[in-house]
Write a protein that binds this ligand. Structure first.
Ligand code: HEC
Length: 148
């Protein structure tokens, strides 16, 4: 009995807190990252609905394209799905079962964001078309790999 208790304590010391912190940091980093993406989408919607402002549209499109070049792999540490950390994340375990498929969804966002960057400053119609493709790429990944 004593031996088991000792083993458990030793394991707990080995396993935490460094690892737990690392995982929580990864989750916090990716949530902050996605929040930033969302933070660029909101103003673009306003620009499309209100008076079109080419400079403002370009600014948000540039930022979104830049954000989409982020290497997100470090944010998706092994052991940080919503099954591993219930209540702390919406990341589906499917991400780790199909990392290639997940990365493809991110590549689709990168492509759509790059197009947005070339189109956003040209006019309302161009912005709207390119924006729609970006939105579809967000949704496509969320539908497959995010669980609320
Ligand atoms: C490659 C997949 C993928 C793409 C592409 C993607 N997301 Fe997400 N998003 C996720 C995952 C997974 C989560 C859940 C993260 C978590 O809770 O740990 C998430 C969470 C979010 C959140 C919630 C963040 C929070 O506060 O917890 C927002 C907002 C968001 N995404 C916006 C966007 C927008 C806007 C786009 C497109 C411009 C986008 N996402 C594209 C996978 C993706």
């Amino acid at each position: 009995m004593k031996k088991i208790a000792f083993a458990a304590v030793a394991f707990a010391l080995l396993a935490s807190p460094a690892l737990a912190d690392e995982k929580e940091d990864a989750v916090a980093a990716r949530q902050a990252f996605f929040k930033q993406l969302g933070g660029e989408m909101g103003p673009l919607v306003k620009i499309m609905k209100g008076d079109y402002d080419a400079a403002a549209a370009q600014q948000h499109a540039d930022k979104l394209a830049e954000l989409s070049t982020t290497d997100i792999s470090p944010f998706f540490l092994e052991g940080t799905s919503n099954q591993d950390m219930p209540g702390k994340t919406e990341a589906s375990a499917k991400i780790w079962e199909d990392m290639d498929g997940f990365k493809e969804k991110f590549t689709a966002l990168q492509t759509a964001a790059a197009t947005l960057k070339t189109e956003a400053g040209k006019g309302k119609g161009e912005l709207a078309g390119a924006f729609q493709a970006v939105g579809a790429s967000c949704k496509s990944c969320h539908d497959a790999y995010r669980e609320k």
